[in-house]
Each structure stands twice: as C-alpha cells, then as structure tokens.
Design a protein around this ligand. Structure first.
Ligand SMILES: [Fe+2]
Length: 301
C-alpha cells in the first residue's frame, strides 16, 4: 500500500531548509469547478516565488462522471446530484497541482473500489487526480501520509473488504473495516494522517452528540503525525489531541480558508504550519509574516 509520488523521500541533507507548500481541501461534494476557483484564489496568498506542490482532500469528494456512478453514492434524495467531474476528466477544469483524495461516506464507491487507489496500482481517475485508496500510506513530495477512507460503522466493524462486498449495500460501502484500520495502525514515521471523520476530543457538538471517532483518536496517539486533517462535519476547526495539531476542514461554498487552505511542511523540523490567508492588498497584511499562523497545539501545549 506504500507508493512514492511527486518526489523522493528527503534524506537528512536534502531536508535542510526544504519546505513544501500544500493545499488541504474539505468536502467537495462534486463542486469541482468551484474548487478550481478557490485554488486560484488561495494562490494569491502564496509567498513570492512559491507554488502548491500537492492538493490533499479529506473525503466526500464525489467525483461522479455520469448517472451510473451517481447511483453508487449514498445520499438523501435531495442531495443526490451529479457532479461536474466530467469537466475535470475532459481537462476543462484544472487544479494546477496533483490532487489526492480519500473517500468519505458519500462517494461512488463501486467505481473507486474498482480503481483501488494509487497505492494499489490504480490509475488517475482524471488527469492529475488520484484516489489514494481505502487505507495505507503514500509519500508525496517527501511527506509521508497515512490515510483511512470511510467512517466508522455504528453496528460493529466488519472484518474485511470481502465481508463488506458481500453485503452488496451502497450504505455499507461507506464504512472502513478492521483490516483497513489495522493496516494504518501498523504504519511508522507518519507525517500526516488523513481521515474523513474527526478524532474524539474536539468538544464540538453536532446535533445532540459530541462528535468524533475514538479509533481515529487512537491512530493519532499511536502514529504521532506532525498534523492530521479531516472533513465530514462541514466545519473548519483546529484543536490538539495528545500533542498532535488537528485541522478539520469545511465544505464547498465556504471558500478560503474554511474549505481550502494552505499549509507548509518543514522537512528538517517535520512541522506543519498553516499559512495566513489575509488580503494581500489590505494595509494590515502588508507587514505580515506569510508563515505566521499559530500551530493548533502551540497555545494548548
Ligand atoms: Fe460531507
């Protein structure tokens, strides 16, 4: 499940002074043209001479190309909506950097499972757009990324993908299973963890319950990544779990920085910092430090 993409893992000499800027995108739900526009907008906040090397997306991407794939997506009838991903396939929408996404609980799962993800040899699902897979790790631009697609199954976790397939249910496809969780738990030297669901411990109440998945929290404790990124609740937030900065992202329609935000990875210190997103022409931001935002954990450490 491990594959190197974009550039080799940096050794200690190469890592000195090396920084990688990447974008993180919350739930897309099929609004790909809107995403391209927000990525153009977020580039206005890049430090001079720098570029986005990769775009990471945290699930509920909904890259449906036609009515058949739309039928594979679990969604309430009023939310069932064909995406504009066909325009990405036809190169009419471009993102300016490779985009890597995990799956959430609203995806054309039959199509994505046939692809298998880049870590299992899956082809790009459109030019420059890669499904990472159900679970595993990948190295992108020298950053080691662990990922787990899907959300927790309320009625007990299934053992493996074969059991999930046998249920032949669009809804069941949304849930990760035990062997996928186990594969992520076994990883080492992880810089970033991507999951759709938040870890427990945020204190955020959705409807009438505190949100989060205890197993995602256990992954943070076990893997100790430099940072983790999540989607699902359509809400941007930052908090700290067991010393790990946790960044939850918002959804389409929320723009920069809630939905689309820039981060910088320092290869030498293995730290991740969110870039500021201030209007470059406003007087208050002229003297800004482009690398100025506080780590999610700094204030609570
Ligand atoms: Fe969503």
């Amino acid at each position: 499940m491990e594959q190197e993409f974009a550039s080799p893992v940096a050794d200690s000499d190469d890592s000195r002074g090396r920084r990688t800027i990447f974008a993180v995108v919350g739930d897309v739900h099929g609004r790909w043209e809107e995403l391209a526009g927000e990525l153009d907008r977020v580039r206005e906040f890049l430090p001079a001479g720098q570029r986005i090397e990769a775009i990471l997306q945290v699930g509920d991407a909904e890259p449906t190309r036609d009515a058949v794939e739309l039928e594979e997506v679990f969604a309430k009838p009023e939310r069932h909506r064909l995406s504009d991903f066909r325009l990405v396939v036809d190169r009419d929408i471009k993102f300016g950097a490779p985009l890597y996404f995990i799956g959430g609980n609203h995806e054309p799962w039959a199509t994505l499972d046939r692809n298998g993800g880049v870590g299992s040899g899956g082809e790009p699902i459109a030019p420059g757009v890669y499904f990472l897979g159900r679970a595993g790790s990948i190295t992108i631009a020298g950053i080691h990324i662990a990922f787990l697609s899907g959300i927790a199954r309320a009625d007990g976790m299934l053992g493996n993908a074969a059991e999930r397939r046998e249920l032949n249910s669009i809804k069941e496809n949304n849930y990760y299973c035990a062997d996928e969780l186990r594969a992520v738990r076994a990883l080492e030297s992880v810089d970033i963890l991507l999951t759709h669901e938040w870890p427990t411990g945020s204190g955020f109440v959705h409807k009438t319950s505190l949100v989060g998945d205890e197993r995602v929290r256990e992954l943070l404790t076990l893997l100790k990544p430099c940072a983790s990124f999540h989607g699902h609740y359509h809400r941007a937030d930052q908090f700290c779990i067991d010393g790990v900065p946790v960044y939850a992202r918002g959804r389409y329609g929320q723009g920069v920085p809630e939905w689309v935000a820039l981060f910088e990875f320092d290869h030498q210190t293995r730290t991740i910092t969110q870039l500021q997103h201030l209007d470059p022409v406003s007087p208050s931001s002229r003297a800004r430090d482009a690398r100025g935002t506080e780590s999610a954990c700094r204030s609570s450490a």
